[in-house]
Design a binder for this molecule. Structure first.
Ligand code: CA2
Length: 154
């Protein structure tokens, strides 16, 4: 069976491509997920895509990944900047997490510059638009195929 990657998106990411195209582009979350399924298949991975506007859903899914997934791609949206609960869930999950942000959070408002997720992520991809999800899949494909302690490099 193919390794399973959870692709988890947090609050407001269901609005991708619908509003604020100048910041987030015109690709919808449905487009992102369709493309992720195609790319995952070509990399020998299976993906399970979920989105929620609720912090507890994200915490529960990260906990679930401990036994049901081999890695997580996580865009926790604004909870990245606020949620110690998500930070703690990632620590307990024991599977590599690649953090993705569509926009470059470091050139935006100062409250977006810090992420609790980054401290416990295996890697972070910011500012590359929705392509970031694809790059994260490539990184996880390499990671699950090799030594799990090997650093993820380009
Ligand atoms: O750049 C990212 O991927 C973010 O995680 C997106 C979050 C934001 O809170 C983070 O700071 C950075 C917001 C999700 C998208 O929100 C939208 C709101 C209205 C219209 C379109 C998207």
């Amino acid at each position: 069976m193919n390794p399973v990657i959870f692709i988890l998106n947090g609050p407001n990411l269901n609005m991708l491509g619908v509003r604020e195209p100048a910041v987030y582009g015109s690709t919808t979350l449905a487009d992102v997920e369709t493309r992720a399924r195609l790319i995952a298949a070509s990399l020998g991975l299976s993906v399970d895509c979920r989105q929620s506007n609720h912090e507890g859903d994200l915490v529960g899914w990260i906990q679930e990944a401990r036994t049901a997934a081999d890695g997580i791609i996580l865009n926790a949206g604004a909870y990245s900047h606020t949620s110690i609960a998500i930070h703690d869930a990632i620590l307990a999950a024991g599977v590599p997490v690649i953090e993705v942000h569509v926009s470059n959070i470091h050139v935006r408002e100062s409250f977006r510059h810090h992420s609790y997720v980054s401290r416990v992520a295996a890697g972070v991809i910011v500012g590359l638009g929705t392509d970031g999800y694809e790059f994260a899949l490539q990184a996880l494909a390499r990671r699950v195929a090799h030594d799990p302690n090997e650093p993820i490099t380009a």
